[in-house]
Design a protein around this ligand. Structure first.
Ligand SMILES: Cc1cc2nc3c(=O)[nH]c(=O)nc-3n(C[C@H](O)[C@H](O)[C@H](O)COP(=O)(O)OP(=O)(O)OC[C@H]3O[C@@H](n4cnc5c(N)ncnc54)[C@H](O)[C@@H]3O)c2cc1C
Length: 559
């Protein structure tokens, strides 16, 4: 038994967590749990990883989770970075989305990699992780939970087996068996439009940029999306409309005509062919006792905007540390309820954004069709109309709002508008870590590399003396070992007592946090801000951490 900060005893549970589904969500969830020291058993129905290219656009915020878990390097090596996304009406460019060129060590905003290769990178890492037990050909067909644990029944080639664990993470995709076994509704809409996807390998004389066409001459009144992938592969995604016969469209002659319409007489090889109908669905509750839903099992969105897989990884990073903290007795079980309080609104937001895109891309009413036609025609001449052209709003990190573990107060809205607010993902900026004196080789790193294992308290010190005073004050307070308090100094430190310290050598942290000396920012293990103080006292650290870990109820100012 261990004691939480409020003194409430919580048992340390060393049973594994059961992860149902070995797709990208389940594999990442198992790795995230291992990162926090929690063993897991992954049960996957398939004989091996899926071979569909499916989700290709990986966002920086998913990459930084995978980087922390030790699998991003091959993704970055193999993937195609793109910095521009172009939208056309017929053949006229009407909107251009530009991403900043990443500087050395910075993660790019998007990398394209077919899903099976992303899964390969995850599997390679997983196989090297002893606390994860992965079982192929284990189709979960029964779930029983009690107050103290979960048992599942899985069909295997050798018969039915039972597996028990502390909690269950349902990562079993759009047709989730766990969702069905718990008799949960999956409310939302399925749009009637059908889409056809072909990945082809060809030598297109185009820069590696996604191109989205409304009313392309080869697909009148419908859309075409062309996305670059590594090794000369291009994803082509055609909107077919409601009444199209997918079988007819996939017939070799029809498909060849479509491809030739876009690439002319260039030689090509068909790598993957699929069709889909998109769904906009979300579970009402993501937690059911000891069962949590993540990824496609919890929410489905149309792929335009790359919010499917990326938001699944945000689910994982949000739940991972909370589950570990609860299991290891650092936080009460009630911390787990904040998964619903934080991720459900984030998923709701994705639903709203993609619904608006789909109303524009696949209008269902006459009024919607007229509006879209007018905006597209006007977009060739009007900037205001161009802003209304919606070919998918690309995935962005979400700012959590109504959660009891976020500490408001200290002018969180009015008086400090440029600082990240509690719930926001903190900026990733370059800095130097000074571990020893004299400062010679303090390596340049990125703030994201300091985030993950526990809470990180950044104290913006005026100078060494201020940092020493704050450190002495913090030492006098009782706070758990999983909080790292780091001074952020504008100049290279000169006294050992402040080490390890962050040297804000180019002023990027100060700028990114809009911070002046005396400010404190408490960053959670998932990289979201838990609390901030403009004029911090050492005693604030323990008090804010207690709220952020769910060990102490919040008040308006977190006091
Ligand atoms: C054609 C297509 C194109 C897409 N394009 C994009 C895109 O461009 N961008 C994007 O972000 N998203 C895209 N997506 C969505 C993206 O692929 C999903 O969001 C992503 O796969 C979600 O991962 P997941 O692990 O939650 O689910 P899945 O990848 O579906 O994995 C679920 C796993 O659970 C296993 N399973 C199911 N039932 C059981 C059971 N009873 N017991 C044990 N295991 C079980 C399955 O075998 C599977 O391996 C696309 C999807 C499709 C179909």
């Amino acid at each position: 038994m261990t004691a939480t900060a409020t003194g409430a005893p919580t048992a340390v549970d060393d049973r594994p967590v059961i992860v149902v589904g070995g797709g990208p969500t389940g594999l990442t969830a198992a790795l995230e749990l291992a990162y926090h020291g929690v063993p897991s058993i992954v049960l996957e129905a398939g004989r091996q990883r899926g071979d569909g290219s499916r989700a290709i656009a990986l966002h920086r915020t998913a990459l930084l989770v995978w980087e922390r878990l030790g699998c991003a390097e091959p993704m970055l090596e193999q993937g195609t970075v793109w910095l521009t996304r172009r939208t056309f009406f017929r053949e006229r460019e009407v909107h251009t989305l530009l991403m900043p060129e990443p500087s050395a060590g910075e993660l790019p905003t998007f990398v394209n990699l077919p899903q099976y290769r992303t899964e390969d990178c995850l599997l390679r890492r997983l196989r090297a992780t002893s606390s994860i037990d992965l079982h192929w050909e284990h189709r979960v067909v029964g779930v029983v939970q009690t107050d103290s644990g979960v048992t599942v029944e899985a069909q295997t080639p050798d018969g039915t087996v039972r597996v028990s664990g502390s909690y269950l993470l349902a990562c079993d995709g759009a047709r989730s068996s766990v969702r069905k076994l718990l008799a949960l509704r999956f409310p939302g809409t399925t749009y009637p439009d059908r889409f056809l996807i072909a990945d082809i390998r060809t030598d297109l004389p185009l820069p590696p940029e996604p191109r989205f066409f409304f009313d392309h001459p080869t697909n009148p009144r419908s859309t075409v999306l062309i996305h670059p992938q590594p090794d000369g592969v291009w994803r082509i995604d055609w909107q077919l409309g409601h009444s199209a016969s997918v079988a007819d469209e996939c017939a070799p002659d029809a498909l060849r005509r479509r491809i030739r319409g876009l690439i002319g007489e260039l030689p090509y090889e068909l790598v993957w062919l699929s069709d889909y109908q998109f769904h906009q669905r979300q579970l009402a509750r993501l937690r059911h006792g000891r069962v949590f839903f993540l990824g496609d099992a919890a929410h489905l969105v149309a792929p335009f905007g790359a919010r499917g897989l990326n938001s699944a990884i945000h689910d994982v990073e949000n739940l991972g540390w909370k589950l570990a903290w609860a299991i290891q007795g650092r936080a009460p079980e009630s911390l787990l309820d904040t998964y619903q309080q934080e991720r459900w609104p984030a998923q709701r937001h994705d639903q709203r954004v993609t619904n608006a895109t789909m109303r524009f891309m696949a209008p269902r009413t006459r009024a919607q069709r007229l509006r879209r036609g007018m905006i597209l025609r006007l977009s060739t001449v009007s900037k205001a109309a161009r802003r209304r052209v919606n070919s998918g709003r690309m995935s962005q990190p979400f700012t959590y709002r109504s959660s009891p573990i976020l500490v408001r107060g200290d002018g969180w809205r009015e008086r400090w508008p440029n600082a990240p607010r509690p719930g926001a993902r903190v900026p990733d900026v370059a800095c130097r870590i000074v571990a020893e004196l004299p400062v010679r080789d303090a390596p340049v790193t990125w703030l994201r590399r300091l985030i993950g294992g526990g809470f990180l308290a950044l104290y913006f010190a005026a100078d060494d003396a201020d940092a020493l005073r704050f450190a002495a004050g913090v030492r006098a307070e009782r706070h758990p070992g999983w909080v790292a308090v780091r001074p952020v100094l504008p100049e290279a430190p000169r006294v050992c007592g402040v080490l390890p310290a962050i040297w804000d050598h180019i002023g990027a942290i100060g700028k990114g946090f809009a911070a002046e000396p005396g400010a404190l920012f408490l960053v959670r293990p998932d990289g979201h801000l838990a609390a901030r103080r403009r004029r911090a006292r050492p005693a604030d650290v323990a008090r804010l951490v207690a709220v952020a870990a769910g060990n102490s109820p919040t008040t308006a100012d977190g006091g």
